[in-house]
Design a protein around this ligand. Structure first.
Ligand SMILES: [Zn+2]
Length: 323
């Protein structure tokens, strides 16, 4: 009888989340060296019940999981990390302080963002709300450690044939894993079919660094995907992406259009990034000030990088003006 090679199998398990983004996908990889889960979902009992039920349906219990790949540090992806007692955890070096819940790092990051938002014209009470919300989100994460740090081009221990792509933009910790031979990737929130990923601006990770130009990074990370001949990319939310180059082009085009819209909106006025955000997202700013601000400032960064907009640093406050 011919020897049959055990085929690698990737299964999406969709879990509920309490977040606006809706359900999240985690992926089970069977048939490789280590039984691997990519992301875990948020820490909710509902999510945990669905996940354990789905694992059981495939003949596993949580302690069978040998490895967890962390695509990025957001709560909807990493909340259940501590429930898998036998799993080695693999992720980007920048995910370490988030996953370890390093108090000094978290405080510095939140202090930086407070003064950053203020400089860009945000009201104190809105800043306070943002911080309350983000500390609320922490209930959906768990404190854990990372066993293997991986970076761009690295192979993954226990996952033969797969390697890591660093794709900063949506998060500074964002990685994808790719199986070049099978032309498959699991992309976390880097590329999502039904929604454009927000390139969230983050505080610096090290002393003396500047805040991230997240949208500029995101565009580079998106364009990079076109270098690989991937047939499918499995996303953290929604359906798999099959025509990757077209979706990349679509996202880049949408960003260019939004940037042009901001340039027109600025006209001859001198405005803060928050004022621009309020005009761009009059209703959504109230509900999601941090995300809409990040989205706007990212596009202002894009205009600035093209020389279309200039930044005016007037003492305490930063303004923008079209060139
Ligand atoms: Zn995310």
């Amino acid at each position: 009888m011919a020897y049959l090679k055990c085929e690698q199998k990737i299964t999406a398990i969709t879990l509920p989340t309490p977040f606006l983004v809706g359900p999240v996908n985690v992926y089970l990889i069977e048939g490789n060296e280590a039984l691997t889960l990519v992301d875990t979902g948020p820490k909710t009992e509902e999510g945990w019940n669905v996940l354990t039920h789905e694992l059981k349906a495939r003949g596993y219990v949580p302690s069978d999981i040998e490895q967890i790949i962390i695509t990025h540090h957001h709560p909807d992806h990493v909340g259940l990390l501590d429930r898998f007692v036998n799993a080695k955890r693999t992720g980007h070096v920048k995910a370490v302080p988030w996953i370890e819940q390093d108090a000094v790092f978290l405080r510095k990051s939140s202090d930086f963002l407070s003064s950053f938002y203020k400089k860009h014209g945000m009201d104190e009470h809105v800043i306070l709300e943002i911080h309350q919300r983000s500390s609320n989100y922490r209930q959906f994460t768990s404190k854990a450690s990372i066993d293997y740090i991986v970076g761009h081009g690295n192979e993954i221990p226990g996952l033969t044939g797969w390697k890591v792509l660093e794709t900063p933009g949506h998060a500074q910790t964002q990685i994808m894993i790719m199986h070049e031979e099978e032309q498959k990737a699991i992309s976390g929130d880097h590329l999502i079919k039904h929604i454009s990923s927000n390139a969230i601006i983050e505080a610096p990770y090290n002393e003396g660094e500047e805040r991230s130009r997240s949208l500029l990074q995101y565009r580079e990370s998106l364009k990079m995907l076109k270098n690989y001949h991937l047939k499918v990319s499995y996303s953290g939310h929604g359906l798999p992406v099959v025509d990757i180059p077209s979706l990349v082009d679509e996202r880049i085009k949408e960003q260019d259009l939004r940037a042009t819209h901001i340039e027109e909106l600025l006209g001859s006025e001198t405005l803060t990034a928050v004022e621009i955000t309020q005009r761009l997202f009059p209703k959504m700013y109230e509900k999601q000030p941090e995300l809409t601000f990040s989205e706007t400032l990212g596009h202002i960064d894009l205009l600035e990088s093209k020389g279309h907009v200039k930044c005016i640093n007037a003492g305490e406050t930063i303004f923008y003006k079209a060139n």
